[in-house]
Design a protein around this ligand. Structure first.
Ligand code: F2R
Ligand code: MG
Ligand code: MG
Ligand code: MG
Length: 348
């Protein structure tokens, strides 16, 4: 029903914000068991009603997610040139949000070329190879919400939105996979237990159609995401909770291939209790677990949080936790605005 869906929209965008804000201070950390104890205390403290601390600021992940959401509410027909303009405007007004080292060249070229060809600058990255960073995947949640009822529309919009900055197959397919996972979460009832193996099987089926030789060049591009998804199934099945082993298999860095599957794993693993994470709340557990793997913590926790929030809805988000985040009211309004646009068109 619409009340649940509206709550899922908020949960998704707030989950993405909270993961970014709470994960950012741990970026690049290698998480020892001591670090995990610190993390547990950090969350316990932030959840407390009385705790007052400095606001946790968001990074590039949220800055760009805001642009995607705004572009959809301002131009419901989906205008990628407008989206590119918002990215550039956002970057030059607040450049110190922790952007990737190379993506900033795309923003500069887009601006100096006056958005003549919005896909050319990204194509030129890394000597024509394109970026395979996770900067496309980290910002897709508004597209998964907007196209929650339109699978093909979502795939195409996610791909076009990603290509503004990232043209490598792994960056595009990673963004597509992240959006599929969020879309699946929207369709699940938070009162039910998730069948994790089935959840991943559905993703494998969908990625089979994506990871094909679509240029028809008869080149074997491989199926790297399918392989990661199979690894997720094995890890979930074995109950292996060894952080080092999980990082070795799935990764925890800024490459899309080494972070999107990791976020899916974190979300699914956190549906049941995890040693040394003390909370009954599956939303908090998802984000805390994602951060506990270290590495690209803001982005992995943000992508995990957007799945957890899309599954559970915003009623599961601890209000004290939320009040420590910069832009929490604005993000909730963005979710409502996105929902209102769909309501106006009767969800078609
Ligand atoms: N940038 C950060 N965090 C800084 C951590 C880096 C480290 N501490 C440092 O000092 O460098 N976080 C934010 O960046 C990620 C999203 O990045 P995005 O938008 O994908 O950027 P970019 O510049 O396109 O790619 C990031 C880096 O990935 C490597 N790379 C990508 N494609 C490559 C290719 N084809 N060949 C070789 N390397 C490639 C480069 O090192 C890029 O700089 C998020 O984590 C966000 O939170
Ligand atoms: Mg970031
Ligand atoms: Mg990051
Ligand atoms: Mg509610």
């Amino acid at each position: 029903d619409n009340i649940l869906l509206k709550s899922k929209f908020r949960g998704c965008l707030l989950g993405s914000l909270i993961g970014d804000c709470f994960g950012a201070p741990f970026e690049g950390d290698i998480m020892t068991s001591g670090g995990k104890v610190v993390l547990q205390k950090y969350f316990d403290k932030l959840e407390g009603a009385a705790f007052k601390g400095p606001i946790k600021t968001y990074t590039d992940d949220t800055a760009m997610t805001k642009c995607v959401a705004k572009s959809l509410t301002d131009k419901p027909a989906v205008d990628f040139k407008f989206m590119a303009r918002l990215f550039v405007k956002e970057y030059f007004s607040e450049p110190r949000r922790g952007y990737g080292k190379n993506v900033v060249d795309v923003f500069a070229k887009l601006r100096s070329n006056k958005f003549d060809d919005i896909y050319k600058p990204a194509n030129e990255q890394f000597a024509g190879m394109g970026s395979f960073g996770n900067g496309g995947a980290m910002r897709v949640s508004p597209l998964a919400l907007y196209f929650h009822n339109n699978y093909q529309g979502m795939i195409s919009a996610v791909s076009n939105a990603t290509r503004i900055t990232h043209t490598h197959k792994n960056a595009i397919n990673g963004a597509v996979l992240q959006s599929m996972a969020v879309q699946q979460c929207l369709k699940l009832d938070p009162a039910d237990k998730i069948d994790a193996q089935k959840f991943v099987n559905n993703l494998i089926e969908k990625m089979r159609m994506i990871e094909v030789d679509d240029e028809g060049l008869n080149i074997d591009n491989g199926t790297p995401y399918k392989e990661k998804l199979v690894d997720i199934q094995k890890l979930l099945d074995s109950g292996n909770d060894d952080t080092e082993e999980i990082i070795r298999i799935l990764g925890n860095d800024i490459f899309a291939l080494h972070s999107v599957p990791t976020a899916i794993f974190c979300f699914l693993r956190a549906q049941t209790p995890i040693p040394r994470i003390t909370t009954d709340n599956r939303f908090r557990r998802s984000i805390q677990y994602a951060i506990s793997l270290g590495g690209d913590t803001d982005t992995i926790a943000s992508m995990t949080g957007s799945m957890a929030g899309a599954f559970l809805g915003d009623d599961y988000i601890n209000k004290h936790l939320l009040r420590h985040c910069e832009f929490q009211k604005g993000m909730s309004e963005m979710a409502d605005n996105l929902f209102a646009v769909l309501e106006d068109t009767n969800f078609t």
